[in-house]
Design a protein around this ligand. Structure first.
Ligand code: NAD
Length: 317
C-alpha cells in the first residue's frame, strides 16, 4: 500500500514509519517539522518526506490533493499533541486538531482512501468506572475537546461506503528516535536515571491507561492492513495503572529511588481506566508492559542513547 502519515516525524510517527516500511509499504510523511525532520533522513528513499503544514488543505487544497492522490491509506497523527501545548494557542489547536482533521477526512472520503485517526483516551476526562468506547466523553482541556470534535466530524462522515477508524490511544511511553520527555513514564525514567528522585503531585491516586509507543505503532499497522474492521472506534492501551503504581515500578528498577509527594494537586485532573475488550476481540494484542518500557527507557538514558535528555527540545510545549 501507499500510506500517507501526517505528523510522521513526531514521537509516535518516528516509530510507526519504519514499521510500515519493514512490511513493504510505500510511505509518504507530511509534517510541518516542529521537532525536526532530519531523523527520518536514513529512511529515504523508501520514505518520501514532505515538509508542510496540514492546514494547507484550507488554503491550497490542490496541493493536498496531489499529496494524497495515489494513497491507499492515510494515518493521521499530526496534531498539537498534548494539554500544555494545546493551551498555549487554543485557536491553533482547534485549526489543526479539529478543522484540518475534518477537511483531510473529507478529502479521503471523496477519494475513497482509508483513514485512521489518532485520538486519545483523554476524551474520557474523569470517570471511576472502566470505560468502553460507547460511554460518554467528558473532555477537560482544549486538547481533549479538539479530539472529541474531530471524532464527531469523522463519525458524521461515515456511511455504508466509507468509514474512518478512530484509535483512542492511552498515554504513550517508551523509546522513539524523536523522544518526548513530557509523558509520565518517560519523565519518571529521566528523573530516576539522572536524579534518583521522582516527584508526584498530590497522592498520585489518579488512574491512566498506558500504551507502549511500539504497541501503538503496531495497532496503526494492524488497522491499516485490516480489510473490514467491525467498529469505528477502539480504545488502545496495555494496562491501567495509578501514577503511584508507576512510581512503585520505578522503585523496583532503581532501589536508590526516592518518591516525593508534592503538597499540591496535579493540574492534570484526568482520572480514568479503559477497557480494551473491543480491540482484543478485533484480534489485536498489545505486548509491552509499563515495567518493561520503564526499564527500556532508563537503560536508554544511562547508556547515552538519548543525547542531553534534559533538553527542552524533548518537551513539546
Ligand atoms: N503521545 C501520546 O501519549 C499520545 C496519546 C494519545 C494520542 N496521541 C496522539 O497521537 C498523535 C501523535 O502523537 P505524538 O506523541 O507523536 O505527538 P508529536 O507532537 O510528537 O508529533 C506530532 C507531529 O505532528 C506535526 N504537526 C503538528 N502540527 C502540524 C501541522 N499543522 N501540519 C503538519 N504536521 C504537523 C509535528 O511537527 C509533529 O512532528 C497525536 O495526534 C496525538 O494527539 C498521542
Amino acid at each position: 500500500m501507499t500510506i500517507l502519515v501526517t505528523g510522521g516525524a513526531g514521537y509516535l510517527g518516528s516509530v510507526l514509519v519504519p514499521k510500515l516500511v519493514a512490511r513493504g509499504h510505500r510511505v509518504r510523511v507530511l509534517d510541518v517539522g516542529y521537532f525536526g525532520l532530519g531523523h527520518l533522513g536514513q529512511l529515504k528513499p523508501a520514505v518520501e518526506v514532505i515538509r508542510g503544514d496540514l492546514r494547507l488543505i484550507r488554503t491550497s487544497p490542490q496541493r493536498l490533493h496531489e499529496i494524497v492522490a495515489d494513497c491507499d491509506c492515510i494515518i493521521h497523527l499530526a496534531a498539537i499533541s498534548n494539554d500544555p501545548s494545546a493551551e498555549l494557542n487554543p485557536e491553533l489547536t482547534d485549526e489543526v486538531n479539529f478543522r484540518a482533521t475534518s477537511a483531510l477526512a473529507e478529502t479521503a472520503k471523496a477519494a475513497g482512501i482509508k483513514f485512521i485517526f489518532s485520538s486519545s483516551c483523554s476524551v474520557y476526562g474523569e470517570e471511576s468506572e472502566k470505560l468502553v468506547e460507547g460511554d460518554a466523553v467528558a473532555p477537560l482541556t482544549a486538547y481533549a475537546v479538539s479530539k472529541v470534535m474531530a471524532e464527531q466530524a469523522l463519525k458524521e462522515l461515515a456511511d455504508a461506503h466509507w468509514s474512518p477508524i478512530i484509535l483512542r490511544n492511552g498515554t504513550l511511553f517508551g523509546y522513539s528516535p524523536r523522544m518526548r520527555f513530557d509523558l509520565v513514564v518517560n519523565i519518571f525514567s529521566l528523573y530516576s536515571a539522572q536524579h534518583n528522585e521522582i516527584k508526584i503531585f498530590g497522592n498520585g491516586e489518579h488512574w491512566r491507561p498506558f500504551l507502549h509507543v511500539g504497541d501503538c505503532a503496531r495497532a496503526f499497522v494492524y488497522f491499516a492492513e485490516l480489510a473490514e474492521p467491525q467498529h469505528l472506534c477502539y480504545n488502545v492501551a496495555h494496562e491501567n495503572l495509578r501514577v503511584i503504581d508507576v512510581a512503585e515500578l520505578f522503585r523496583r528498577i532503581n532501589p536508590r529511588l526516592s518518591v516525593v509527594h508534592l503538597d499540591m494537586p496535579d493540574a492534570d485532573h484526568r482520572n480514568y481506566q479503559v477497557s480494551t475488550r473491543r480491540l482484543r476481540a478485533e484480534g489485536f494484542k498489545t505486548q509491552v508492559s509499563v515495567r518493561y518500557g520503564a526499564e527500556e527507557m532508563v537503560e536508554a538514558i544511562v547508556s547515552g542513547l538519548i543525547p542531553n535528555p534534559e533538553s527542552i527540545y524533548y518537551r513539546n510545549a
